[in-house]
Design a binder for this molecule. Sequence first.
Ligand code: PMP
Ligand code: GLU
Length: 397
Amino acid sequence: MSVSISKIVQALEPSATLAMAAKARELKAAGKKVYDFSVGEPDFNTPEHICQAATRAMAAGHTHYTASGGIQELRTAVAKAYQARHGLEYSPAQVVVSNGAKHSLHNAFTVLCDPGDEVIIPAPYWVSYAELVKLTGAKPVIVETEEANDFKLTPGKLRAAITPKTKILLLCSPSNPTGSMYTPEDLGALADVVQEKNLVVISDEIYERLIYGDNKFASFATVRPGLIERTITINGVSKAYAMTGWRIGWTLAPLAISKAMDSLQSQETSNPSSVSQYAALAAIEGPQQCVDDMLKHFAERREYVRHRIAELPNLSCPNMGGAFYAFINIQAHLGRDYAGKRVNNSADWCLELLAQQGVATVMGSAFGAEGYARLSFATNLETLAKGFEGIEAFLKS
Ligand code: PMP
Ligand code: GLU
């Protein structure tokens, strides 16, 4: 019997970041030395006090179902943290805790999009946005941006992409995959168009705590009065607290939207892991020194990566204001042979780099930008040094 897969899932691209990470793992398992800069996740272990809170939660019997949208203490803690950091007023009911920020994004698109609606996504974009939009039957509208403008969407480009069907603008700052950041003024100028055209904004702020130097982070909902009514903010503990495996993310949204997401989640997954929720609570309410300590390491690696890219012939990358990615322009290195293998595009380049030098990166085409490769520098300096030796040897081959 041949079973057919639904058309909507047939059209789904698997996550390229996770696919490259799996390929790197496979090669490692086969005994090859691999320097893995594919997946974007902190290499640090979750801080000890957070792990201890999870152990205490288990001992205290917090091993049952919780409210589908998360325990009250965590929703309250998230709301308080937003009030303290950004002056935004949310009730705990406006916070929905989900199985990672990816799930929060899925919930947000699912409760907002009808088939035919359009969602504007500036490219380069994180691999999951367009696919999650397609799952709802809505249409991702990809808008290209310029490297010379650090890959930021401009009000003019936004305006030109809006049609009567446009419902949502997706923003991600600091950006995965480029590391670039919108200034508060940039966001304000986009917000003016958003308000004029009556759009909803999904603002993915998962890298909010990983900001370098003098760059100023502004939560989108704060940059103009009234935006809180049309913004869904996505965040979570994965990146700031090195908690990718715990699977806790959340949304802050207008109450009607939060209620809809809570109700969707109650049918879809029920609550996210009870133990993980207590760990996330300890992360938010506990000492924040761990975030600063990790940031120091990321900042050092960013400097190193910046220098190495500048040293190598004909490579460049936009200014990395935050997150832990370098989005390397490799255009000058395409259309030639590497050790007898023809390399025409970013996918060829990344696959050959992995095969020939054991260096894993992710092709720009997966992020909607041909001619680039994304390197995650959430790895130690020693691995980065070895990886850049591999890249250098590859470019010379
Ligand atoms: N948004 C962005 C921009 C990301 O880079 C990630 C990391 N995969 C996510 C959302 C999802 O995070 P989580 O691991 O919490 O699902
Ligand atoms: N955000 C990370 C990345 O882009 C995690 C992998 C994923 O969820 O796609 O590499």
